[in-house]
Ligand binder design. Sequence first.
Ligand SMILES: *Cc1c(COP(=O)(O)O)cnc(C)c1O
Length: 212
Amino acid sequence: MSISENIQKMKSEIPEGVTLVAVSKTKPISDIEKAYNSGQLIFGENKVQELVEKHNKLPKNIQWHMIGHLQTNKVKFIAPFVSLIHGVDSEKLLIEIDKRGKQNNRIIDCLLQVHITRESAKFGFSSEEIKDIIPKLESYKNVNIIGLMGMATFTKNEIQIKEEFSFLSDIYKKHKQMNTLSMGMSGDYKIAIDCGSTMIRIGSTIFGNRNY
Ligand SMILES: *Cc1c(COP(=O)(O)O)cnc(C)c1O
């Protein structure tokens, strides 16, 4: 199936109220153009340099989401245009995004990444840390935390995936001011939607497998 057919199929499968982020990392501009021409306007990338290059080359009404781990020293490159940063995982990063938001006269939408797998993860706040950081968010005037993001364990065990997504969904529901719960990828988006996801990040199901 073509990229445009894949997008139409995805859109017909997902309920209203769930936003589709087309994850175009490693894929060429021509693939993104195909998706764009079929009406997809939201794209996700996980590397700053690739995100900036693609933003420069493609139509300006595309909404670019940074979905990967973001290093503090690279925030300045995406701050002028990024539409949503999914992986905010430290207060240090929050402070930097706030600073660069101010410099660009923008309020930058962000999601706090929560660590939801059983194993120790490299990135993400624990549920305890989320509790601690929420009251501090008000002081960052150029950051708008609109929700949470999480990644389930890469496993075939659907019960485990469901447990992890439900755990994140429960935290999300406690914060009525939030409106975005980013969870679900090609392999687990159906479970994520069942657990209350409002935003899924889909790469290979749209663009095919990636050759790194
Ligand atoms: C690559 C990536 C995705 C998309 O993965 P697929 O399995 O190809 O759908 C989603 N979220 C993040 C954070 C990613 O890095």
